[in-house]
Design a protein around this ligand. Structure first.
Ligand SMILES: NC(=O)c1ccc[n+]([C@@H]2O[C@H](COP(=O)([O-])OP(=O)(O)OC[C@H]3O[C@@H](n4cnc5c(N)ncnc54)[C@H](OP(=O)(O)O)[C@@H]3O)[C@@H](O)[C@H]2O)c1
Length: 245
């Protein structure tokens, strides 16, 4: 059987790199899209045969789509596309500039690439599109635009799932809702965060099972439920730390 390919977008992230290594170890041809390809050159020799690295600027959605289309043409059997780009940030003075940056990455950039990937999968007649979202998308929170943009992503993915079903095509749309990675300096506690390798392995396991929605790590399913059912007067009093606090 012909070799499968996977595209990972937002590849400078440690989580993307851990997923790329695991996919390459399963003989998948890996193609990475990242803002800083130079930083990934030490990773390339560890990614098996013919990995591809493409530079993108997520703030240029049209150029990102063109780069994605060119990359798709270069690959065969693209079984998986993972979107793992996201901007976040907490500033208690709530500057609009932060909202604008988060929306540009998490809403505009995300839609540009999710749309391109889905349409290519429709033409190919199969595929799996996965995005790393967050439990933050399930309810508003202190990082106002981040929470709202993750809700947008989750709804966008749900919509694509509906269209895949309408078209009767074996296209899987997976919403991977993350809790905390242990790279969250200053936020969350060590006890709540999970190592990148564990998150990567659990994510890929869930993708292999074609799950439409999954919590990673698994404990966040319960926490997410609790967060959703908490009454306003309790939810709004929850404690969080601003960066550097
Ligand atoms: N870290 C956590 O604890 C946590 C918790 C919940 C949900 N999540 C979600 O899980 C996913 C992966 O998390 P992560 O920690 O691996 O993400 P990350 O490293 O912060 O960001 C992933 C990628 O997004 C792009 N990016 C990040 N900030 C950007 C900015 N300000 N402007 C433009 N591009 C930016 C970069 O892409 P390039 O590679 O192209 O540079 C980066 O590699 C994200 O969707 C995140 O929202 C993370």
């Amino acid at each position: 059987m012909a070799r499968l390919s996977a595209i990972i977008i937002g590849a400078n992230s440690a989580l993307s790199q851990a997923m790329a290594l695991q996919l390459a170890s399963e003989q998948v041809r890996v193609a990475l899209m990242a803002s800083d390809p130079d930083a990934l050159s030490p990773l390339l020799p560890r990614l098996g045969e013919d990995p591809i690295l493409v530079e993108i600027d997520i703030f240029e959605p049209d150029a990102c789509r063109e780069a994605f289309e060119r990359l798709w043409e270069e690959l065969e059997n693209v079984a998986l596309v993972v979107i793992n780009t996201a901007a976040s940030g907490l500033d208690l003075s709530l500057p609009y500039a932060l909202d604008r940056q988060i929306n540009a990455v998490n809403v505009t950039g995300f839609s540009a690439l999710a749309n391109a990937a889905f349409n290519r999968m429709v033409a190919q007649k199969y595929g799996q599109l996965a995005a790393l979202t967050s439990i933050a998308g399930e309810r508003g929170g202190p990082q106002v635009a981040f929470h709202a943009s993750k809700a947008y992503q989750q709804n966008y993915l749900q919509g694509l799932r509906l269209h895949a079903q309408r078209l009767k095509l074996p296209i899987t749309i997976s919403d991977v809702r993350l809790g905390y990675l242990d790279k969250m300096h200053g936020r969350g506690s060590k006890g709540w965060s999970a190592p990148v390798e564990k998150v990567a392995a659990q994510t890929l396991r869930a993708l292999r099972k074609a799950k439409p929605k999954v919590y990673v790590t698994r404990r966040w399913r319960l926490i997410s439920w609790l967060s959703r059912v908490l009454p306003e007067f309790i939810y709004n009093r929850r404690k969080y730390k601003s960066p550097g606090a």
